[in-house]
Design a protein around this ligand. Structure first.
Ligand code: NAP
Length: 363
């Protein structure tokens, strides 16, 4: 396969840097252009970026000149990944789509748009087909409707969910299929890297936690309903920032629509879940969709968040709280790497599925 030439919007940020690192040596996608704010534009990527990744900055990307986030600066690319702040993405992403550069985005701006797929590939890859409904001819109106460009001339926008929602829906989907799920309560313990860099002040978080993350709880309540296709699902959420570098941990309580479901039943259901993208030969799809932990002191951000390239969802501490009246209440802990599985790695996997489905083509 000829490599696709890709651009990264917000390339200097925490998620942008993760894209650069994960795409280094990728067999299908080659980074050909990078964009950021006017503060960075015109500098080399090496000069503009406070590189926080543990691997060295790829030399070919280090030498690229950072451009403004406008389609004119991305003429030679097939599509772009976006790690922009939503206040910028609101107008920039439709501009790129209208100019024929499809956008695979991490940002919340268009996640709840009815024609924009909000996808975790192991859960709802069929939603990617919605891209054929999009038209961004009237770019910048934020509606994506009524434009004249259509897919024959324009591109599309595909999103991946909030970084807490990814492990949540990966754990919920097998349970929903097997038993039906209702009344979910989630408390998220979210890593510092989720706030970008430099993020939260050390004085605020050292030996501390912060029991509120603005905007986060609404996303955790709303996005799973679109992904799981269940508008009646009730989710209560509390989002807490904790002094962890990488890996969001969730304490989850929920009700299953069947009485007498045991802990062993739950383990068997999660471990036998057949990912719909298994066998597609995707470079970023790991062997492990869900990793179960029997040790009651697991999963933990250190050492589990980075296992298997940071892509699995880890589940442990599964408990049955109550059974009766035609339902079973259970609790568990789940965890995933927020900037890999919950952001850049998930977006790259979305792009790989789009290529495999023939929906993303070179220009
Ligand atoms: N961190 C996570 O775990 C995570 C997970 C899932 C989703 N997300 C989402 O991903 C997005 C990026 O998050 P982040 O943590 O990477 O943020 P970040 O570290 O603050 O990076 C923001 C990026 O956007 C660029 N930017 C800022 N203002 C701009 C403008 N006016 N025009 C063009 N570019 C501009 C910045 O460029 P400069 O360097 O030039 O300022 C930088 O490259 C957010 O929407 C966030 O909600 C983050």
């Amino acid at each position: 396969m000829t490599a696709f030439r890709v651009g990264i919007l917000g390339a200097t940020g925490a998620v942008g840097q993760k894209f650069i690192r994960l795409l280094d040596g990728h067999p299908w996608f080659k980074v050909a252009a990078v964009g950021a704010s006017g503060r960075s534009a015109g500098k080399s990527y090496a000069e503009a970026t406070d590189w926080r990744e543990h691997a060295p900055m790829p030399e070919d990307v280090a030498a690229l000149t950072v451009g403004e986030c406008h389609p004119d600066a991305f003429q030679g690319v097939d599509f772009v990944f976006s790690g922009l702040d939503s206040s910028v993405a609101d107008t920039v992403e439709p501009l790129f789509a209208a100019a024929g550069r499809s956008v695979i985005s991490n940002t919340k701006s268009f996640r709840m748009h009815p024609d924009v797929p909000l996808v975790v590939p192991e859960v709802n890859p069929s939603h990617l087909d919605w891209v054929t409904r999009q038209s961004w001819g009237s770019a910048g109106d934020g509606n994506g409707t009524g434009g004249s460009a259509g897919l024959s001339q324009g591109g599309f926008i595909v999103t991946n969910p909030n970084c807490v929602v990814v492990p949540l829906v990966m754990a919920l989907k097998p349970l929903q299929d097997a038993y039906g799920v209702s009344d979910v309560t989630v408390t998220s313990m979210q890593a510092l890297s989720g706030a970008g860099y430099p993020g939260v002040s050390a004085m605020d978080i050292l030996g501390n936690l912060i029991p509120y993350i603005p905007g986060e709880e609404d996303k955790i309540r709303e996005e799973p309903l679109k992904i799981l296709g269940d508008s009646t699902l009730s989710i209560r959420s509390t989002a807490v920032r904790v002094p962890v570098a990488n890996g969001h941990t969730l304490s989850v309580h929920l009700t299953l629509g069947r009485e007498g479901v045991t802990v062993d039943d739950i383990k068997a259901t999660l471990s036998s879940y057949a990912s719909p993208i298994a066998g597609m030969g995707l470079p970023s799809a790991g062997l492990h969709t869900i990793m179960l932990h029997d040790d009651p002191f697991s999963p933990r951000p250190v050492p589990h968040a980075m296992s298997h390239e940071g892509m699995p969802t880890h589940v442990g501490r599964i408990r049955q709280d109550h059974s009766g009246g035609g339902e079973t209440q259970i609790s568990f802990i789940c965890m995933a790497h927020n900037t890999i599985r919950g952001a850049a790695g998930g977006a790259i996997l979305n792009a790989e599925v789009l290529v495999a489905k023939g929906l993303l083509r070179g220009r």
